[in-house]
Design a protein around this ligand. Structure first.
Ligand code: ADP
Ligand code: MG
Length: 248
């Protein structure tokens, strides 16, 4: 039996008096797509950020592929090479083209030659449907295209795990579909993905497991059919009702 790809054990985190994560535990196997849902402020982003050490846990442990992620002697750069992250607001460098943005990590972190990095960038841009936008600057791209560059940039590092933090929340409605399509593609290619999203029909169709977070706790978790059809907790049902009204 091999280790799960990601193991989160009793992770807690506070900011001042506010406890944001309360003993969160879960595991993901290779190829799993786990979707985190929950109201604003419930700790979803904080949970993701703990996995790649953008945020430090107060207590608990996180393991990636059997290796401890938490702890002072971890090589954080190596960790972030293995864990790709896609943010709500893209975080692209405005002075670099799409290709330049995707090449940066392979060049600077992996130490690939310019030619190799360029080849890898073009390959990843093609996979997200942007082969012909490689020379465009972020300002020349739509939000959906920018986010696809963000995904290509993360994939160019050949991560073991991808984190998505509301990747479509900043997009105009008509641009959401193209990003979800790329993510769906990635699921089909077997990528392990931990996703925060309010796109419930997407979550329902791709998730191996949904976790509903509220007040820093996993209130309820399960396969999508169970969570959407037969939520056990009132809070889950209420949240799902609100979110599907907002997004339909
Ligand atoms: N760097 C920070 N400093 C202080 N408080 C923070 C910080 N990051 C998040 N918080 C607080 O932690 C809580 C959970 O935030 P977050 O994880 O971003 O929730 P979500 O992503 O579910 O909306 C919120 O109340 C937020 O204000
Ligand atoms: Mg958030």
């Amino acid at each position: 039996m091999s280790d799960p790809l990601l193991r989160v054990e009793r992770v807690s985190k506070s900011y001042g008096d506010e406890q944001v994560l309360r003993e969160i535990s879960f595991e993901m196997d290779r190829g799993d797509v786990t979707v985190l849902i929950g109201p604003s402020g419930s700790g979803k982003s904080t949970m993701l950020r703990c996995v790649n050490r953008l945020t430090e846990v107060d207590s608990g442990e996180i393991y990636l592929d059997g290796e401890r992620v938490t702890g002072p002697d971890v090589d954080v750069n190596e960790l972030r090479r293995q864990v790709g992250m896609v943010f709500q607001d893209f975080n692209l460098f405005a002075h670099l083209t799409a290709r330049g943005n995707v090449m940066l990590g392979p060049r600077q972190v992996l130490g690939l030659s310019k030619e190799e990095a360029r080849r890898r960038a073009d390959e990843q841009l093609a996979l997200v449907g942007l082969a012909d936008q490689a020379d465009s600057y972020p300002a020349e791209l739509s939000g959906g295209q920018k986010q696809r560059v963000g995904i290509a940039r993360a994939l160019a590092m050949e991560p073991k795990l991808m984190l998505f933090d509301e990747p479509t929340s900043a997009l105009d409605p008509e641009l959401i579909g193209e990003v979800l399509e790329v993510m769906r593609d990635l699921v089909e290619r077997g990528m392990t993905m931990l996703v925060v999203t309010h796109e419930m029909s997407f979550a329902r169709s791709v998730a191996s497991e949904i976790m509903f977070l509220d007040g820093g706790r996993i209130v309820e978790r399960g396969p999508p059919e169970q969570l959407f059809e037969r939520p056990e907790h009132d809070r889950t049902a209420t949240f799902l009702r609100r979110i599907t009204q907002l997004h339909s």
